[in-house]
Design a protein. Structure first.
Length: 615
């Protein structure tokens, strides 16, 4: 027998004040009132989407490894085969009780196969999200760093510039040449660290700018294997955010020697994850099978994992309703209604995402280089109309940084800001018009640019609504939509800064100053809008070397204020809602749910922890 148990609301705990903690204690943020209260809001009655992020108190945190600057932590032991894992109780996140079945298949419906296969240079998802894992993980709800392939870690000197990472013993690489099932070791880890940072770019003949996550390891100068299990890392500054950066979801580990094997044929690639790739047919399907020597005891539960290409989103929805695929991702209200009508026992999940949608101007563009023009657009957008138009209820307010960061402005604060405050929209739009007049563009005359949206999810819809709102407000403005031929074409033009304005999303990095370095520092690896400001760079650099929580808060406050009042490098639209609907017999998904679980296109990274429940 199976039984769906709704997640009970976690007890309210005493929250650590900033003065009680430092950067290295588990850092957590409660959500604004909108997120807490929207738990039962969904397109169809009774869907029960989750909305409350649960937090533990500092007494719990003190008992966990990694609560001081010198200690790391270990990954939680996995359950034995046949024993259902359980996650922390969260409101609205259902848990399917019952005995796990060993076997079966997890089947994903999508519109394309993976297009990039080098994890360190890829812009988004790759086969490595299925076949491998990260050195460190984050607690799905609190964002606390926890051990994974790196079992534990420490600061080796008082200055915080030398770090030691210890590789977990007995983690086999999948059995393909030249690795042939050997254990992942310190040489492999050091290779990953140096290549993520772009240190191998010259030797490989690749531009360093191609290494998309180099900012996540900002300040690292060297990574060296000391022995079979130990890597010593040297920094040119205190390692204020190194471990959080290493836990970024796209820092999946690859074994040393993979560059020599090459990335043209993904079936030759081998990782340390729960599934190994057996077939890759571009544009059709990908097939994976259980890794028999996977290090987590009793996992994976599924024998196989399939990524199946279907013609379009409507076909994927139909396949889910028909039971051909395991889940349907990102349902908007009318899709939720369709599922609920014919499949009332489907399992609905929702929580705040780590993806934030934005409209990013190229600040080298003649018109868009003017702060007054960028600020006018931020003031003019009706964010409720734009976001409700696509997502319906469930999106989260955001202005400068994800409200999950302890240093960031929360939702309540964002809704008081000019432009974001729904109650002052008329006067904010009047102020926007004055800014355009002052910049020499009365009624928008002379403002011309094109928006290039990514072609999936909400991005084209956001661009069209942005265009429509500004055109109605300022009839003389000229905005065109330039739709790329495919997602790969968009990715190339974004990376090359070959655009005037783009509509897309960013996946939040696990530290606020790493996030800002990536997006807004002159050397940021994802500063696609070419924004440059000496004050911004200085604040980011100070934040990266600051450990004290009070000091970090002060720096972040100044950055956020200047972002809104002096810089406005982009127009931040929202935090997407993370939504999934699973077949009624799939268990274990609750163990990986949460804003820092990094799902979306990375969904299958923890598929080894899910299972079919015996009936």
């Amino acid at each position: 027998m199976t039984n769906v148990v709704p997640r009970a609301r976690a007890p309210r705990q005493r929250e650590a004040t900033v003065s009680e903690a430092n950067y290295w204690t588990p850092r957590q943020r409660r959500w604004g009132r909108r997120a807490v209260l929207r738990g039962a809001v969904a397109a169809g009655a009774g869907l029960g989407f989750a909305a409350l992020v649960g937090c533990g108190d500092d007494d719990d945190a003190a008992d966990e490894p990694g609560d001081t600057p010198t200690n790391g932590g270990a990954a939680t032991d996995s359950p034995a085969a046949g024993q259902a894992p359980t996650g922390p109780a969260q409101e609205g996140v259902p848990r399917l009780e019952g005995e796990p079945t060993i076997g079966g298949s997890w089947v994903v419906g999508l519109t394309s196969t993976y297009q990039q296969h080098d994890m360190h240079t890829a812009l988004a998802g790759t086969v490595w999200h299925v076949i491998s894992e990260r050195a460190l993980e984050l607690d799905e709800w609190t964002g606390e760093v926890r051990g994974n392939i790196v079992e534990n870690w420490e600061l080796a000197n008082e200055e915080g510039t030398e770090l030691v990472l210890n590789v977990r013993p007995g983690v086999p690489i999948q059995d393909k040449p030249p690795w042939n099932g050997r254990d992942f070791n310190a040489e492999d880890l050091a290779f990953n660290l140096e290549r993520i940072a772009g240190f191998t770019a010259e030797d490989e003949g690749i531009p360093r700018t191609s290494f998309q996550r180099r900012s996540t390891l900002e300040g690292m100068t060297n990574a060296e294997a000391v022995d079979e299990r130990t890597v010593r890392v040297t920094m040119d500054r205190p390692a204020g955010a190194f471990f959080n950066g290493l836990a970024e979801i796209r820092n999946q580990l690859m074994p040393q020697g993979v560059v020599d094997v090459g990335f043209d044929d993904p079936t030759k690639l081998a990782g340390v994850g729960a599934f190994e790739i057996t077939e890759f047919r571009p544009g059709e399907r990908e097939e994976y099978r259980r890794h028999p020597n996977y290090y987590r005891q009793g996992e994976p539960y599924f024998d196989n994992l399939t990524r199946l290409v279907l013609p379009d989103r409507a076909s994927i929805l139909a396949a889910f309703i028909d039971g051909q695929i395991s889940y349907f991702g990102g349902p908007v209200p009318h899709e939720s209604q369709s599922i609920q009508a014919v499949k009332p026992d489907a399992l609905f999940y929702e929580w705040p995402n780590t993806n934030w949608d934005h409209i990013r101007p190229n600040t080298m563009h003649e018109v868009l280089s003017d702060f007054r023009v960028r600020k006018a657009m931020q003031l003019a957008v009706d964010y409720v109309e734009l976001n409700d138009g696509y997502w319906g209820p469930g999106w989260t307010w955001n202005a400068v940084a994800h409200p999950a960061y302890p240093e960031s402005w929360d939702e309540d604060k964002v809704q008081t800001l000019p432009g974001y405050n729904p109650d002052t929209k008329e006067q904010d739009r009047a102020e926007a018009g004055k800014l355009l007049d002052a910049a020499g563009y009365p009624n928008g005359a002379g403002v011309r640019f094109e928006i290039m949206p990514q072609i999936s999810s909400s991005y084209e819809d956001n661009a069209l609504r942005f265009q429509d709102q500004l055109s109605q407000l300022w009839p003389d403005i000229e905005i065109t939509i330039n739709r790329p031929s495919d997602s790969a074409a968009f990715a190339t033009r974004q990376a090359d800064r070959d655009f005037e304005m783009i509509s897309y999303t960013i996946t939040t990095l696990p530290d606020i100053f790493l996030e800002w370095h990536s997006q807004y520092h002159r050397d940021g690896s994802r500063n696609y809008g070419s924004f440059e400001n000496a004050d911004a760079d200085a604040l980011i650099e100070r934040g990266l070397v600051t450990f004290d929580a009070d000091a970090r808060q002060e720096i972040a406050e100044e950055f956020q204020t200047k972002f809104m009042e002096e810089w406005q490098p982009m127009v931040v639209l929202n935090i997407q809602p993370e939504r999934y609907v699973l077949q009624p017999n799939i268990g274990g998904f609750d163990t990986t749910a949460g804003p820092w679980g990094f799902t979306g296109y990375r969904l299958t990274n923890k598929a080894g922890r899910w299972f079919e429940v015996a009936t």
